[in-house]
Design a protein around this ligand. Structure first.
Ligand code: ZN
Length: 348
């Protein structure tokens, strides 16, 4: 994106890519997928949704499943909107805008996190530490602590005196923790929260009753693993348990669910794909950027393009242009390096 942004933003580059996009958009059965997490700016998000509604055919997950099964074709300029992680912010900010505009959406849920009851009900079951994402707990610990002395960590001694240093420490630790098994992440979070003298924040993940309510209003719910691990770093048995378990959880709690899966953090490998195949999943979504041409796309490795909800309209346009299918090969080479024979998106 860094390399392409100046090109996209130059008048000539923009025109060339716009022409490419128009050319591509005329082809049916081609799918762009966008990924959001939470809405930080309602105004920007509404602007983005108005733009998408006016310029794309927003399709639902069932349309994509039908197109992959060759039961029907996707219209030209088809675009699927997805949200990951089931933050309460989705229900409060994103869904009202999407619903008002008649835009279908899929919400990927890591099923170990929703509590039995929502915030409005009695009790604090939804705030159990295990129901808060580790990255949110880590951020809360590092950014709210009053500690200013250096912190000894597995990645070295990290200075904590200034806000900038605490943000840098957060980045280093987040990177380190992504590679740990889930149980070690929880143990390490417990320890660091003690050392930084902070308590766990409130859970911002929706409860099951809130998810059921969204589903009744038309939101498509889909599994996003159980514990949100880095799937490329867990065993084949664990991967299978995460994949099958999350589908079973979602079905038990919310009723019938389409067997489509989003890889947590976009991390996956051959074993993850095998686990999806074994459980008869129809679609798998990565975070590899680009467009999917469905007749030839690997259906368990579909591309998705992350976009911040507070991005400006020109940043959204640049992201959409950047997703042009003609650039798919370039994205892959850039991700894997030009000398690697394996040009698949997964980590070997
Ligand atoms: Zn996620």
């Amino acid at each position: 994106m860094k390399l392409l942004s100046p090109l996209v933003e130059s008048p000539m580059g923009h025109q060339v890519l716009r022409a490419l996009q128009r050319l591509e958009a005329q082809r049916p059965n081609q799918l762009l997928v966008l990924t959001y997490h939470a809405v930080e700016s309602l105004e920007s998000f509404e602007t983005q949704m108005n733009y998408l509604a006016a310029n794309y055919e927003i399709v639902g997950m069932m349309d994509v499943v039908d197109a992959v099964a060759a039961r029907k074709r996707l219209p030209p300029a088809a675009l699927l909107i997805t949200f990951d992680d089931a933050y309460r912010n989705f229900a409060e900010c994103a869904w009202p805008v999407l619903r008002r505009n008649g835009l279908p959406v899929t919400l990927f849920v890591p099923t170990a996190f929703p509590g039995p009851e929502g915030r409005t009900r009695a009790g604090t079951a939804g705030d159990a530490p295990g129901r808060i994402y580790w990255w949110d707990r880590l951020e809360h610990a590092l950014l709210t602590t009053t500690r200013r002395s250096d912190l000894d960590t597995p990645v070295g001694r990290l200075p904590m005196a200034t806000a900038g240093q605490r943000r840098a420490a957060l980045r280093r630790l987040k990177q380190y923790m992504w590679d740990l098994p889930h149980t070690e992440i929880l143990a390490w979070l417990h320890e660091i929260s003690d050392r930084l003298a902070v308590t766990a924040p409130r859970s911002e993940v929706m409860a099951w009753d809130e998810l059921r309510h969204l589903k009744s209003q038309g939101v498509t719910l889909a599994p996003h693993s159980r514990t949100h691990p880095k799937m490329s770093r867990i065993t084949a048995e664990q991967a299978h348990a995460e994949v099958a378990g999350s589908l079973a959880d979602l079905q038990r709690e919310t009723g019938p669910v389409l067997p489509v899966f989003a890889y947590p953090g976009g991390h996956y490998n051959k074993e993850t794909v095998k686990a999806l195949e074994k459980e008869n999943f129809l679609l798998g979504f990565t975070t590899l950027r680009g467009t999917n041409y469905l007749p030839t796309a690997r259906r368990l490795e579909l591309r998705r393009n992350h976009i911040a909800s507070n991005a400006t309209l020109s940043a959204l346009q640049a992201r959409l242009l950047y997703g042009a299918r003609l650039l798919n090969g370039w994205h892959t080479l850039r991700k894997k390096g030009p000398f690697r024979k394996n040009t698949k998106g997964y980590e070997s």
